[in-house]
Design a protein around this ligand. Structure first.
Ligand SMILES: Nc1nc2c(ncn2[C@@H]2O[C@H](COP(=O)(O)OP(=O)(O)OP(=O)(O)O)[C@@H](O)[C@H]2O)c(=O)[nH]1
Ligand SMILES: [Mg+2]
Length: 313
């Protein structure tokens, strides 16, 4: 604990980041934490579970909950993800509503704003993300529209705060942390010093592989892809100063045509995914690994309750 905590001014609590798919929630989470805890991609609906990232500062500890983007669900998976986010909203101290500066406020944002409006006494901070992508004039216009949305949907003064931020250019990231922390209760730290996430290692490994596999695939394939780490095992017979971990992983797709795409000609694409993911995983685990990737078909798993259960949803 820091000195401040004993004086009773140390704050700690939970803030959830919500917003449309692709709004920049996970990128902002990583920027706030200062390390990659959530995977990101240009494809919407990348995040599929809530991810806690912990921000440590001298006078506060902010536990961020990154969530799957909220959207009109088209599959059972989509419905489950929306329910997951709705369940999280009531459990946090404050909400960061991410609205990308480079996209007009649309029905998707209104749909979310209306859900937030139904929560009693919850401070809602509008976070206008990706400000590096727009001109100063466009940003000003966007901020005015966001303010108006807040007053219209939330009533009264609208959003508790509106903060423009760019995770890509580290513009106002620290301000976001401070504004969110301002809504935390006075409390001792909730996580040990230095802990940045409570994600299990196997989940982080699976996510890094999914992130690598998402790159360069199109259309429905990103949504059809699920990754499960079956086993992480220390290779026997290695010297202590040169250990190797065998990581066995299954990649699931929904159709055999997708399996062919993921594997690529002569396995080239899958090898590529493996070598890209390996770098991140070795950094995470701090040791060399051997990645054993298998691609399997789980027919229409996004719509099948039994398969969803098996894949952890
Ligand atoms: N230029 C720019 N791009 C950004 C910024 N933040 C995020 N992005 C990009 O926006 C895309 C989506 O980012 P994510 O962080 O994955 O978005 P998300 O809201 O977590 O998306 P879902 O998990 O699908 O809901 C990625 O290509 C990011 O690189 C930013 O501050 N500036
Ligand atoms: Mg995300």
């Amino acid at each position: 604990m820091t000195e401040n905590s004993s004086e009773g001014s140390y704050r700690a609590g939970f803030a959830v980041l919500v917003g449309r798919p692709n709004a920049g929630k996970s990128t902002l989470t990583n920027a706030l934490v200062g390390q990659k805890v959530a995977i990101t991609s240009a494809k919407p609906q990348t995040t599929r579970h809530t991810i806690r990232g912990i921000v440590h500062r001298e006078d506060f500890q902010l536990i961020l909950v990154d969530t799957p983007g909220l959207h009109r669900p088209r599959t059972l998976l989509g419905q489950r993800l929306n329910d997951l986010v709705a369940g999280t909203l009531s459990e946090v101290d404050t909400i960061g509503f991410c609205l990308p500066a480079n996209e007009k406020i649309g029905p998707g944002d209104r749909f979310i704003a209306n859900q937030l409006a139904a929560l009693p006494n919850k401070p809602i901070i509008a976070l206008v993300t990706k400000t590096d992508l727009v001109s100063r004039a466009a940003l000003t216009e966007h901020l005015i529209a966001v303010e108006a949305l807040g007053r219209e949907v939330l009533g009264g003064l609208g959003f508790a705060d509106v903060v423009p931020v760019s995770a890509a250019e580290d513009f106002q990231v620290d301000t976001v942390a401070k504004v969110l922390a301002g809504h935390m209760p006075v409390s001792p730290p909730l996580y040990p010093e230095g802990e940045l996430t409570d994600e299990p290692v196997a989940v982080m490994v699976a996510e890094l592989i999914r992130e690598a596999a998402l790159e360069g695939v199109r259309d429905e394939l990103p949504h059809s892809l699920a990754v499960v780490v079956e086993e992480i095992q220390e290779r026997e017979g290695r010297s202590e100063d040169n250990p190797l971990l065998d990581v066995h992983v299954n990649l699931y797709v929904e159709r055999s045509s997708q399996k062919a795409i993921i594997i690529g000609k002569g396995g080239a694409r899958l090898r590529d995914v493996g070598s890209r993911a390996r770098l991140g995983i070795e950094k995470l685990l701090g040791t060399r690994i051997y990645l054993d990737l298998h691609v399997k078909v789980a027919k229409d798993w996004q719509r099948d309750p039994k398969q969803l259960g098996k894949l952890g949803f």
